[in-house]
Design a protein around this ligand. Structure first.
Ligand SMILES: Cc1cc2nc3c(=O)[nH]c(=O)nc-3n(C[C@H](O)[C@H](O)[C@H](O)COP(=O)(O)OP(=O)(O)OC[C@H]3O[C@@H](n4cnc5c(N)ncnc54)[C@H](O)[C@@H]3O)c2cc1C
Length: 327
């Protein structure tokens, strides 16, 4: 079955068990120990479920991982952190402080820009520094910088409240949460570059702030204006380097999950899931439809071990009336 990691499987303390009055609400298995799987595992554990995470790789982290070679450590995914509050909230939900698990180092001034004509521009979460950099490139831009920040803050709040934090399987229903006037406010009808053009004349400032479209692999001339929330988010909440790189953050989250009693199985690729009530009829669900990934592990690894399980899928189907912890 691979390696079970759990330092504290049966001792869920205080708040974690408190939400369900100390009683288990059933078992949940999560396929994949990336940031998503770990965070979902923590929330489900806090909601009173017995949670087991199965991770195909030797260690958790998924795309947020590291490769160590010849004395060097390379990030395989993200390197820096933008919205620490997302992770602070995760730890707060468990009655913990992120800072007790992960040391975040501010990266400020953050991104520096340099053009072939010698123009330079430096971004910073320090408002005075930001204002003086903008003034240097576009004299008189101070009030426009402040209007940009105010406008982007409204977009940021609206996007998080109505889109980012809302789960919806249907994209039309998802975007339908916005009224036409909210869509206009968000700048969905304009490009990011023209949205920035409402505030800045200087092509340098527009290019610098527009370059954040690369976070989405997109161009500021094609992405909607809504994405002025990307530079805004970095200016407002800062740019952070977890000590130990982004994997330091993963390790902190893994530690929290283990403390809460989440069972983590590494080197455990899930091949298929089967339901005990229907096992005799060989009613098994292959995992491909759920995780869209080519699976090549021997079936014997997981098939006999996962029974009566609650399967986390997009539609939250469950495979038995009486879910229990995987054996
Ligand atoms: C180069 C790069 C830069 C990035 N930069 C940023 C950034 O700046 N900001 C940002 O927000 N995001 C960034 N991302 C994206 C971010 O890393 C991912 O969105 C996030 O890590 C995804 O987490 P996840 O848990 O949803 O999925 P994943 O990390 O993909 O985790 C899925 C896990 O499931 C496991 N798995 C799959 N199939 C099975 C199976 N059958 N059985 C068991 N386990 C299985 C996989 O091994 C994997 O560990 C970047 C990604 C890359 C690659």
């Amino acid at each position: 079955m691979g390696n079970l990691k759990n330092s504290n499987l049966n001792s869920v303390n205080g708040k974690a068990a408190g939400n369900s009055g100390g009683k288990s609400r059933g078992s949940v298995i999560i396929i994949g120990g990336g940031l998503g799987g770990l965070s979902a595992g923590i929330h489900l554990r806090l909601a009173g479920f017995e949670v087991s995470i199965f991770e195909a790789n030797e260690k958790v982290g998924g795309r947020a991982n590291v490769i160590k070679k010849n004395g060097f450590t390379f990030d395989t995914g993200p390197s820096l952190l933008n919205y620490p509050w997302v992770f602070e909230n995760l730890f707060k939900a468990a009655g913990r402080e992120l800072s007790d698990y992960v040391k975040l180092i501010p990266v400020d001034p953050s991104v520096g820009f340099q053009w072939p004509d010698g123009t330079t521009f430096q971004l910073s979460s320090n408002l005075q520094l930001l204002l003086s950099e903008c003034e240097k490139i576009e004299p008189g831009s101070r009030p426009n910088v402040l209007s940009f920040l105010r406008d982007a803050e409204i977009k940021y709040r609206m996007s998080f409240d109505k889109l980012v934090t809302r789960n919806e399987d249907n994209p039309l229903k998802w975007i339908g949460a916005l009224t036409p006037s909210e869509m206009t406010k968000l700048g969905v009808w304009r490009s990011l570059d023209s949205e920035l053009g409402r505030f800045f004349k200087s092509r340098y400032i527009r290019e610098a702030l527009g370059s954040y479209g690369m976070y989405l692999g997109g161009s500021p001339y094609e992405l909607p204006g809504l994405f002025s929330i990307l530079p805004y988010g970095e200016l407002a909440y800062g740019l952070w380097l977890p000590r130990g790189g982004i994997y330091g953050l993963v390790e902190g989250i893994e530690k929290l999950a283990l403390e809460l009693g989440v069972a983590i199985f590494t080197s455990s690729r899930v091949k298929r899931l089967s339901s005990a009530i229907a096992a005799s009829k060989a009613w098994r669900w292959r995992t491909e439809p759920f995780i869209n990934r080519k699976l090549s592990f021997p079936t014997s690894i997981c098939r006999p071990r996962i029974r009566n399980c609650l399967v986390i899928t997009r539609s939250d189907r469950r495979s038995g009336p009486n879910p229990k912890r995987p054996e």
